[in-house]
Design a protein around this ligand. Sequence first.
Ligand code: ATP
Length: 584
Amino acid sequence: MKVDGKKKYLIALAVIIILSVGIYFYIDNNKEINEISYRTFNEFVEKGEVKEVYLNESPKISGKLHDGTEFITDNPRIENFKEKLLLANVDVIETVRGGIVGQILPMVFMLSGIFVIAYLIKNGTKQAEKEMANMANVEAETSLSKRITFKDIAGNEEAKESLKELVDFIKEPEKYAKYGARMPRGVLLYGPPGTGKTLLAKALATEAEVPFYAVSGSDFIQVYAGLGASRIRKLFKKAKEAGKSVIFIDEIDALGKARKGTNSNSGSEEGDRTLNALLTEMSGFKENEGIIVLAATNRIDTLDEALLRPGRFDRQIEIGLPDVNARLAILKLHGKDKPLAEDIDLREVARETVYFSGAMLENLLNEAAMIAARNKDSKITVDHINKAYLKVLVGEEKKDRSSISKEDKEITAYHEAGHALVAKRVDKNNKVAKVSIIPSTKGMGGFSLNIPPDRMYQTKKDIENNIKIALGGRAAEEIIFGAEYITTGASSDLKKATEMAISMLGSYGMDKDLGLVSYDVIVNNNLTTDSKLVERVKELLNAFYEEVKKILLQNKEYLHALAHKLILEESINEEEINRILYME
Ligand code: ATP
């Protein structure tokens, strides 16, 4: 119940008590009443001084003398008391002392008070229940008209493909059940804000023709104790009642932050409870029921590991910032219904909006339209877009504010091309699914997504190749820009390369000189290691670095070709890479 409700009934309670007590005392105190002994009373009766007596069942009776004095005395409760009084010419009134008003009214007030309180409490509880219901009453979007479809989402092709697979799963779970295939229960969409995660989840529900239930993790912050968990249960109950459905939990990091453990007495206990309820519910529904839970986060790194385990959000799809082509597609989509002047080249706008998310691009066109409308111009012009551009960037994070500089773009392009080229040259079975100069969520700069051949064990050769691939970025920078102009961009590559080299030599016994000693065991037992391992790692990395440089120099024209393509397109996929390297 909210504080408001509580306050309301406390005030009502106070008013009623004051009123009843006031009335009671007013009536009671306004009269001067003398308590007399029964004997004195009898004397007054005998002397004929008593005018009237009020008879009642209580231990005291009251009455009035002829001179107006009121009195009370003990009720003798004797037989024929009334007759005795009547014979003595006393009026006997069989009622209660203080009259009806004095006695009944306070009681009426009290009773009505109790009713009011009961009503308010009930109402308050109802209110809380209503709130709970409202919160659980996540708008199920069911009408299929006006719903988002995959067509309303530009770019994000890989994510769309991944989700399209699930459409069939939801539509015909029986078909998959026959083959013993298990539908993924949870899909986690992660990536920067405004990249279309919510849109994708909505589109999945639309295409599968099922209701869409959405909640946001941030709604669970500061809710009443137990409400979060109960809300989760209600949400799932509703989804189950609806049969097949898509449940979407936005900002899951708000409720799925790594749990603090049971001995924590922080406010996050409530969060833990909510998270536990979610996990229980997710394990609770039957496979192939046609319910799928989608969640979105910008911060996959902070998520509780339990959420990522099999049977929970075991499918994870990265939704990155759009590259130039995706940006163009988004601009076209949102510019479709806007009166854009002929001189607007959306490709040019796309090129100038590196690091913009889909939401920012939509915002850009919207702001431009607003400026045009304000100026009463018939069309949206380049000038409006330029003004809107500055507006959209204000308030964005610094990272987003600085559109990538030409130099940075070039360095990143060669760096990433270096990784990709080395990957392809050291083992042609290596897949490079995507190279991009738009940062992934995991780091700055770009990324090169290498997928090594799928094998259970890694051979010494595999590890060596991976170290070389990691060194490819720095080597490309040195070859193209010179040893003086190498950048800090390679730090995480060097970390990875060093880790791999240490494991190779120290854990896997893959070095003749160092032998089969496991340095893990030595370190775990606090035994001193000589610096031989470090020396060997250094030697190895240097040797590999020289080798990598040689590979890149021999393939310099391909390095240029890849980098140029990257500068132009911002990201390239396996097919294009192979085409450039004539490997098709
Ligand atoms: P957040 O992480 O902040 O919740 P999100 O990734 O869920 O963001 P959405 O809410 O799906 O982002 O997108 C916000 C708006 O941005 C959408 O309503 C849409 O107008 C626009 N948008 C974002 N990405 C795209 C896209 N790929 N295609 C078309 N529009 C997009």
